[in-house]
Ligand binder design. Structure first.
Ligand SMILES: O=c1ccn([C@@H]2O[C@H](COP(=O)(O)O)[C@@H](O)[C@H]2O)c(=O)[nH]1
Length: 274
């Protein structure tokens, strides 16, 4: 029997530290690397990230949008990037933020979670704004494929607060229900920005992982992550993209620095900051 996503994630967090590194081949970053904004250089960029972080990051998160903008040629690069990451033993979280009615969600689940798909990742980000119940089929598919989903709950961007806060409680409740009885984590994670000033809802019963983007370029620090998530910080996976990707010559050094700072801040031995 294969290991569940939660088991594999916990093992990687314990072995490699808590960091998730993004692969975001934006035009600006390709330019900064001296590369062309073209599919061949998207692939060079992605390969360099894979080779630099395979043994120092728990999770790698390709941002689908930066590949999709090149149409089928970009998707082909994304497929090869996912294959490279999985061959290197990495845990792949595809950031695609898909959400739709149940029947269409089934097709998204087939694309991103079915282990036979060329785009299959270990986990995918989903959007719950068609109702948490619309994600039920994708969650079932995740469990069947020993994969996971991370559901958008409170995003890191400043516009999110008033819009997402009223329904965040329902998302947390739905995730906790789906995760009940699983160990060490259930298949449903949440996306909660590291940039938030405070959490409005308790996460004690979640029993799932929390992806915390917004570290680095969006202003959040490892100490902010520890302060925000307090008692559930053992389940937090801080995510950083631009702050480590800005310079290929310093990529590994920066990943190591963020990893070590996050590990220290989130360690059970580190007293929670008020
Ligand atoms: O709330 C969210 C959800 C996802 N993201 C994504 O994470 C990275 C962040 O990049 P940085 O360069 O570290 O700012 C990017 O792919 C976003 O689409 C997020 O930022 N916030």
């Amino acid at each position: 029997m294969n290991e569940s996503f939660g088991t594999r994630l916990r093992a990687r967090l314990d072995a490699y530290g808590p960091l998730c590194v993004g692969i975001d081949p934006s035009p600006a970053l390709l330019h900064a690397w001296g590369l062309d904004d073209a599919p061949a250089d998207l692939e060079r960029f992605s390969r360099t990230v894979v080779e630099s972080v395979a043994d120092v990051a728990a999770v790698v998160k390709p941002q689908s949008a930066f590949f999709e903008r090149w149409g089928s040629r970009g998707i082909a690069v994304l497929e090869r990037t996912i294959a490279d990451l999985r061959a290197a033993g990495m845990l792949v979280l595809l950031d695609a933020k898909r959400g739709d009615i149940g029947s269409t969600m089934a097709a998204y689940a087939e694309a991103y979670l079915d282990r036979g798909s060329p785009l299959a990742a270990d986990a995918v980000t989903l959007s719950p704004y068609q109702g948490f119940g619309s994600l039920e089929g994708a969650i079932t598919s995740a469990v069947a494929n020993d994969a996971g989903v991370f559901v958008v709950t409170r995003t890191s961007n400043p516009e999110s607060a008033g819009f997402q806060r009223p329904v965040a409680g329902q998302v947390i409740e739905g995730a906790a229900k789906a995760n009940a009885g699983h160990s060490p984590f259930g298949p449903v994670g949440l996306v909660i920005g590291a940039t938030l000033g405070r959490l409005d809802h308790p996460l004690d019963d979640l029993n799932g992982p929390i992806l915390a983007p917004g570290v680095g370029a969006q202003g959040a620090t490892p100490a902010d992550v520890a302060r925000l998530f307090g008692p559930v910080r053992h389940a937090v996976v801080p995510s950083v993209s631009r702050a480590v990707l800005a310079d290929p010559a310093r990529l590994r050094e920066r990943v190591l620095r963020y990893r070590d700072e996050c590990a220290a801040a989130l360690s059970p031995q580190t007293a929670a900051q008020p």
